[in-house]
Design a protein. Sequence first.
Lengths: 300, 312, 254
Amino acid sequence: MVSVEFLSYIGATAITVLLFAILSLTVNLQYGSAGIFNFGTVAFFMIGAYTSAYMTLAGYPFVVGAIAGSAIAAVAGYLISLPALNLRGDFLALATFMFAEVINIFVLNVPALGGAVGIAHVPSAFPWIRDYGTSVAANLILGSALFVGFYLLYRLIMVSPYGRVLKSIRENEVLADALGKNTFRYKSQVFVIGSIIAGIDGAAYAQYIGFAGTELFTYAVTFTVYIMSIIGGSSTGVGALLGSAIYTAVQTGLLILKDSVALPVDSNNLLFILFGLFTVFVIYYRPDGIIREKLRRVKI
Amino acid sequence: MNILELLPQTFFISIVDGSIFALATIGFSLTYSLLKFPNIAQAAFITFGAYTAYTVSTAWNLGFEAGVAVAFVATGLLGAFSYFAIFRPLAKRTPGFIAPTVTSVGYGLALTYIIQQVWGRNQLYFSTIFRSFSVSIFFVNWIQLGTMALAAALVLFLHFLLSSTKFGAAMRATSSNIDLVRASGIRPTRVILFVWFLGSALAGAAGVLVAGQAGVTPAIGSNLLVTVIAVAIFAGIGSFYGVVAAAFVLSFAENFSIPILIALGQPVYYSTAVAYIVVILAMLYFPSGISGSGPSIFGVLRRPRKSAWQQK
Amino acid sequence: MADPILRVESLSKSFGGLVAADQITLQIDQGSITGLIGPNGSGKTTLFNLVSGALKPDGGRVLFRNSDITGLRPHQVFKKGVYRTFQSPQIIPRLTLIENMLLADRAQIGEGLFPALFNRRRWKEHEEKAIRRAYEHLKFLDIEKYANESPSILSGGQLKLLEIGRALMSDATMLLLDEPAAGVNPTLAAKIFDLLEHLRRERGVTIFVIEHKVDLVFERVDFAFVLNKGRLFFSGTPEEVSREQSVIDVYLGE
């Protein structure tokens, strides 16, 4: 029958899918629903991770670390959103991209914050669990709970009139403004909400990996979650999960392939080559993703 | 240690780095202004140039100069191919800039790992040995002198192209008013194709020059990418002269911040951040860049004070 | 007599060297239907932009119901009860017609973040009523069969009706309509002005209309202002305007 190792492997994969699905959810909220091109997602993920890592190393429980992480991420998100949301779409993308880079380079170069070495031995959220299999199960529950919680929040926002306003801002900001919506305030709120979610996710990630280092939080992460969002569909919460699942499945599939099939090329390289091409094709052939946005029909 | 002693060398390094930044960024800025998206695959083009030059000059033993020349042409062709096979069809299918941007990420990733597959991950070195020597207060290396010379030559060539030739005028016109260009009989596709060729060729050259100093690794391009983006934003998208100026301003800012930080007793590792912070501040308060020719095709650059509605 | 609901005092706006609005001063009575006419480029839409907050004036004041709304942003002006349309009808394509209508509802608290999250019952109740009201308005305008479709399938004329539907939904006290009957056939144009007349009669709504076609305005408004090159250079009843030689000249010269 199936071994504990195998189940743990599946579990670990599922945890990764969930944690990245949460980030993808923030992309769906900000970009998919409100049309905000935030290319600095990894910055808030990182802030949450590092803050929580410090807090838990200082002896505080994980919950406190996660709250602190999300608070600092929220503040950072708010501060950067004030000037940045005044910029045109692609410039907003570049500004947030640069912001994330600055944060990464800053931490990389300041030894007191971890520097190039990073922060090792980040305490787990479940310090009483010693057994690996059980800790995977626990993290799986944590990841699922977080995803479901954030998914419900996302749904609640989107089915409400608030969500309707977000979509109107995405489609025709001038009209939304003329119809009484303070578009800047909406965008700023969504930006901060996304930062909070990414921050909490970062805290969960850091305790799961047990480590926080700048190499984990490069712009590649932001691009990865955007690709997940595009693949799954950027307008639904399920799309975020689906995108993350597909991305991780392809990645895992290629990893397994490398170990079982003898190939003339280095499978690690092949993984990325195929993945890059996969992205190109998906965007070309199905730019709206798998789950497309549908009109909300009401009963009269 | 006397800070003043560092300054002349810092000045020299700033010029060398600035030259490389300029070469790497011109193509990025031009393709951005033409196709309205940041081409992240530029990083892969830079890397490709370095490896091509390595193959020609060291593996085939044809000399460094031949390596540079072949890298220039080969990377240019790669760029032209990329436009033709990927970005142009995509632009016809999907509007907006997220699609081509994310596509360029995937494409760049694939290219970089193809390079890594072909050449391996280890650091390679050019067989040519570039000698260092002293010139009064400067300590220079032939590759650095070569970089400055090549960059100067290419920039002058571009200047001549843009200002004095009909094609150059077409290049300038296409980025601002593509319909006007069509109406005057020039095919925009040709112009754009050539810009991709030229911009990528310059990037390839930049890759060779970086590798000449630091060795050839698959990470060369991605290490330079963030700087490229920073320079392009600071310059104002689409402005060739802006890029040249911005490249040097940022290079000087980053390099001179080192002696300044030392003099102030601050840790030196803030220096990279200095350049990026300069750029972010510029973006927020000067979105059109130092050349003032920031993107205007979407109309409103800043909201909400300006109205998108024209008066009647 | 009725107090002027809208007072514009010396409103000015320039773009570089171009004077788009030159010390415009006018008043509009509550419950009136007033026309704003003038040749192309005379500043009609600019005036609407200045009043509705889409543009900030260089000088002058705008008073709506005796409160100073000069320089307020469009979303603030809307909340005060002023509804404006744009020359090309604006829609939210990926929302249904009903949702497009619901956006104009000034009283939906669910549009705020905290009420949306924590006061679900109240906004849901309001939403259900608002949907019924929106549907009634759509029925009144004869476009109810598209209620659950995207407005992108509507014709130009139907979109003009949608704009009136939104005006109804917003319960606004003053409408600034930029060419509400442009590009539609005469029957529909007449129907649109009938609707406006209905709004004025039944709800006391004040209507300020930009119209490029003078003949349309001639029969359907109480009073008209004529702009030329950013200046208000004549005003009067439709009869007076149609007989005024300088007005005719200004139009002939375009």
